[in-house]
Design a binder for this molecule. Structure first.
Ligand code: SAM
Length: 326
């Protein structure tokens, strides 16, 4: 599915605000949640401005009435304001873009070759740890299986496995995200993929403690979270933090250069209305409103939207547009 990210206002409903959640959710992760334009000014004893600090992003994660956790405005957000940027926890190019984009930040490369490339020394450095693990392994059996089946999420699991084995990420870093509900068929498929991944890694002499995290339960838990929380990255051209500006919530793979998982953006719920805003508020948003994004192509009819949302994300959408039958 494809659509621009959009922020929507829902019919106002009383919020159960969990400020504690907000702090706990944002602190342990590196999702960059910078507010763009506004700053606070403190004054010293002479009443002169002493220094300016950016305000925290104007959002918090709280419980919604019927959609689990969601993202709410903590203050009024003016039209045109950039709400936040987000640095991916995890990203990977698609197989078809493997040699066209930077292996770390997914930026388009001007110089295409038939090898993995990084767009800058900085990306090379940032990828150094997980890439040194990845290079030690012959992934052909795993990759062949994923290519044949047209699977994209296992690439993100493979990268996370290398990040964890190299010490660049914690094995639990996605635990806070909501997992997809899985059918028996899906679990069987994932068990099969897990065996392939493990057999690739077992051919290399890793220390036991380096791959102790790699259990069937870990693999399935990570994949179940990636399934409903990953974003499709389209034309990555800017900064790594701003990949989110080129990302759309998606369960389909076409026309993308890669996929990425972000922390804070994973808490945005869905609404079928698409106002065509991209992280910038297209209209004023009042304090306490829930901010939602459109996970799918909003131009589809109601029945197609309902089917995709149920099959891809496991919920029946009851937004204003769906309720009105549009
Ligand atoms: C990416 S997560 C959004 C954050 C999630 N609510 C949480 O608590 O972590 C997607 C999941 O949120 C829930 N969700 C999102 N939008 C919804 C909606 N419009 N109605 C009902 N549930 C929704 C569904 O369970 C969906 O699979």
């Amino acid at each position: 599915m494809s659509s621009a990210l959009c922020f929507r206002r829902l019919v106002s409903s009383p919020l159960k605000k969990l400020h504690l959640h907000h702090r706990n959710l944002l602190h342990p992760f590196s999702s960059s949640t910078t507010n763009t334009t506004k700053t606070t000014t403190t004054t010293n004893e002479n009443n002169k401005p002493s220094h300016q600090q950016p305000l925290p992003p104007p959002i918090q994660v709280s419980l919604t009435e019927s959609a689990g956790r969601g993202v709410f405005a903590t203050r009024r957000i003016g039209v045109g304001d950039l709400i936040h940027t987000a640095k991916p926890l995890l990203s990977h190019p698609t197989y078809s873009s493997l040699y066209n984009v930077c292996y770390f930040c997914l930026k388009k490369l001007s110089n295409k070759t038939q090898t993995i490339q990084f767009c800058s020394n900085e990306c090379k450095q940032q990828a150094k740890e997980f890439y040194s693990v990845e290079e030690r392994v012959d992934w052909s059996a795993y990759d062949e299986h994923c290519r044949k089946q047209g699977l994209k999420y296992p690439l993100l699991v493979k990268r996370l496995a290398c990040m964890v084995a190299s010490g660049a990420a914690s094995a639990e870093c996605l635990d806070i995200l909501q997992p997809a509900r899985l059918s028996t068929e899906m679990i069987l498929e994932m068990e099969n993929e897990f065996s392939l991944l493990k057999s690739c890694l077992m051919k290399v002499d890793f220390k036991d403690e380096e791959i102790a995290f790699l259990t069937k339960q870990w693999y399935i838990g990570v994949l179940a979270r990636i399934r409903i929380n990953s974003f499709r990255v389209e034309l990555a051209g800017g900064l790594y933090e701003d990949l989110f500006l080129s990302a759309v919530a998606s369960v389909e793979a076409e026309a993308s250069v890669g996929n990425a998982v972000y922390m804070l953006p994973s808490f945005y719920n869905h609404d079928c209305e698409n106002v065509n805003a991209k992280l910038k508020a297209l209209r004023d948003i009042e304090q306490g409103e829930e901010l939602r994004i459109c996970y799918i192509d909003a131009s589809m009819d109601q029945s197609a939207r309902q089917t995709i949302l149920f099959e891809g994300f496991g919920f029946r959408c009851s937004c204003m547009r769906c309720v009105s039958g549009d």
